[in-house]
Design a binder for this molecule. Sequence first.
Ligand code: FE2
Length: 369
Amino acid sequence: MKTFKIAPSVVSLDTAEDFCERYCINENDLVITNDFTWNKFFKNQRAGNLIFIQNYGIGEPNDEMVERIFRDIKSEYTRVIAIGGGTVLDVAKLFALRQTSPVTDLFDKNISAIKEKRLILVPTTCGTGSEITNISILEFKKRHTKFGLADDALYADEAVLVPELMDGIPFSVFAVSSVDALIHAFESYLSPKASVFSQTFSIQAAKMILSGYKKIENGAELSPELLKSFLVASDFAGIAFSNAGCAAVHAMSYPLGAEFHIPHGEANYTVFSGVFKTYMKREPNGAISLLCGIISKILGCDGAEALDELDRLLDSAVLKKKRLGEYGMTREQITKFAASVTENQKRLLSNSYVPLTTEQIAEIYAELY
Ligand SMILES: [Fe+2]
């Protein structure tokens, strides 16, 4: 049986001022954001609890960050408003639950995820699609990897898209977040859980993102219009992977991201072509041939060259791909990481286009080393 669900209401607003008028931030709110966004757009607002994420660490979200925020929340709240990138949104989702701490128990499912507060998610990047998904990903420091909690209790009540909040986004942040969204679209398209509904969102997201990259390659600036299309595309990809799941690319990126503090989208991009070329070798005639056909039409190349042309476009317009050794990975870590992926990322690996053994995962790492 395949099911398809879009849970949050999607609200589109033009400006931060429109947001303030509609939501009236007040003493019953827990607001999680970063000081740059708050001071630029919301500094006249008063929240009961105001958390600036950068005071709890930089980079990807982790369990220690969540526990420290939990300890710093001083007063009761009935609504959680998160305004930020994937880290802010993934962390904020956990604070809409009846019980957030110990967060390890939550992710180990010793505590049930029960939604208790109203949850408003406002992205300021165009990648994770977290505002639309039921997933929170955290690095667990002592376990040296990341885990995802996928539960319908993590759906927002409202995902609010305000393109003005992306104004001035650094290109490097745009690059790693949008490439993550592209990989969400591709992985969900190939997932055994994909349906015609989820694939429609996957394809539309891929078309919008790749067309945008082509414009950038031809010299386009990150205009408000272009950023808005990436914001919508990242939600389309989020809808697709919320239903069909991400897979081996995400699974293999997690030990890299956790160990070397590589931004999530960049870690995905580093392993993406290795995983997809392995898929192509193992099962060239299934959904991957349809996907390559779609990519080749957008990029204007032959189907057989789609993955190579995609690599070229991404490298030229978006992000230079590094080899794993350049991040400081050692050859000994190839087998260690492969074993960790098989042991810890079963949720993701079960969505892979073809099943991958620990040895095959190690071969992909070795190829990319
Ligand atoms: Fe992702």
